[in-house]
Structures are given as C-alpha cells and as structure tokens.
Write a protein that binds this ligand. Sequence first.
Ligand SMILES: [Zn+2]
Length: 377
Amino acid sequence: MPRGRAAVKPLFIGHDIFRRSTYGGRHPLAIPRVSACIDLCRALGWIDPDRYIVSPQATHEQLLRFHDADYLDALQSVEAGAALTPEMKARYNIGINGNPVFAEIFSRPATACGATLHAVEALREPGVIYSPAGGTHHGRPAQASGFCYLNDPVLGILAFLDQGVERLLYIDIDAHHCDAVQDALAGDPRVRILSVHEDGRWPRTGALRDDGGGTVFNVPVPAGFHDDDMALLLDELILPVAESFRPQVVILQGGADALAEDPLARLDLSNNAHWSVVRAVTGMADRVLVTGGGGYNPWSVARCWAGAWATIDGRDIPDRLPAEAEDLLRNITWQRSAGRNPPGHWFTTLRDAPRNGPITPAVREAVTVLRPRLASI
Ligand SMILES: [Zn+2]
C-alpha cells in the first residue's frame, strides 16, 4: 500500500438531488441509482456520518473551466422555466437524442461536477474518495451527449492538473467509450487514459489502434466479455500501465453498464470483476477518486456500487443481505420487462455468481497490441 494512505479513511460523496430528480418517462435513467446505492450502504451500516460528504453544486466559474458560457446559460435558463427553442435544441443537443429536458437539467449535473471538484480539493491530501454520481464522460463543452450534460471527469482531471499534478491515470470501465474525455485530454503528456468498452457500441469511438497521440490505451471488447477476460486485462495491461506510469492520481470511472444484466450493453461481467478493478486502483496511487457512470438496471447498479464502496472501505460483503437491505431492493420498481420478474438474488445478495470462460481472442489481441507501448510511458 502506498505510503501515507493507511491512516486516511475513505470518504463517500453524495447528494439527495439524485433521489428527487429523474430524467422522467421511460428514459433509461428514470431509475434510482445513486440514492439506491446510498440507501443500501446505509442499511448495511457502511456509511459513517463523519465520512459522508454532501456534495456542493459546482459554480458557474468552475464549470467554465471546460464548458462554454452560453451553454451553461442555456441549461440554467431552461431549468428556470425558459422555453426550449428549436435553435437551442439543435445547438446544445438538449430535448433530443436521449438528453431530455427535466426539472434539474442544470443543478443535477452541476452537483455531480461539484462532487468531483470537491473530491479533487480533498485529495490534495492522500486518500480515496467515492462519488457514485460522477462519471458523466460524454458531456461536451457546449453540448449534451449520451445522457451527460456536463463532464465531471474532464473537470476533475483539469482541476488536478491545475493543482500541479504531473502524472494522472484515468481508467474507464463503462461499457461505452469515454469519447469526450479522450477528445479533451488526449495528447496531454501529464495524462494517461485507459478505456475498456464494448466494441461497436455507441459512440463507436475508441478503436484499438486509436492511441490519442500516444497517451490513450483503448481496449474495445466484444459482446460476452467476462470476468476472466477482465482479470487478464487487469493483470497484463491495466496494472502494468499503472506500474510504468507511476501516477500521482488515479481516477476510475466505474460505470456499471458492463455488467451482464445491463439492458444497454452486451458485455457479461459479474460485479466481482468490477470490484477487482476497484480494489486494484486503490493501490495504484496515494490519491484515488472512484466515480460511477452508466448503469441502467437499477438492481445491478445499486448492488455493484454498494459493493464498490465496501471494497474501497475494506468492508466484508455478507453472503445474505440483512432484512432492511433486502426490503430496499424489493421496493425498487423497473418498467423494463426484466423488471417484472426479477430473480431472487437481486434482492438477497450483493455479490453475483462469477461469470467465467475461456479468454476471448480479441482481448488477448488487445494485450498483444498495447503491451509494447508500455515501454514508452
Ligand atoms: Zn455507459
């Protein structure tokens, strides 16, 4: 374990806006995620009050570090009740393409950004911070994209660089490629980006040989990518990248949509694989931020992210959940067909059964192609 870390207990950053606010209707994000994770952790007795931070909302000034003023003004005016004109729709990609207008269209994403920026400030000291609301990796400077209105990972990375950080490793295990993070930061010699994402899935960027000018490791993986594939990537690529680069700071975007039960992707991980990456990143640097990201099955997300916090905080995950936690999971409803008759283990356990298999050839090929680049970082 890196020097100085053992004495500092991890922090959890959340906010109740993620309980009140919803994208509405039949949107994939019309489900409880952050609030369900927090409630589950609380039911398990895993959140000490003195280590739970209520997220501030990022200020206009803070957001200007990456986002354009006119776009921020538009989000704020729409939240205040201004009509959304066809020009604004087209220009800012809001009210269309999966980026709906909803009551907290500015304050909700600004709170996720506030959480990340608060974490960056707190991580001037060694520590590990968990912010499941973060991870909105598709947000563009002046446009919403892929359900993301603002981009907290980019703002967080820029804030660390502004502090003087010289080696930052951003790892992204969301099923979707971190297109906007790569576009904003590829080529900056202070940053390495490593993304594992489903090949061919929206936004269809992040090809294996797209190295972002030498600073990006893209690992597109096929449908069916399973726990043993992730274990291979962790041992033969992700950990070696960290060992070569010796990051001062690591950010993990921990989207839960690479899990087998997610409705928007076709990867096949169990949450054990997700947690093995979480465990690994906590040992990669003195300063570590773990965020959420995608994840569209409310039970999978709540169980995965609660277990991620347990992993960060060194808590034992019980084989069978206590009654209060089980009740909480039983009270979640989901409009999709899989939500009508959920399997019992979604209520009674956190830990999935492992999903093993022979190593997928494309995964081995990715390691073969990318490993030689370690020598140059
Ligand atoms: Zn995603």
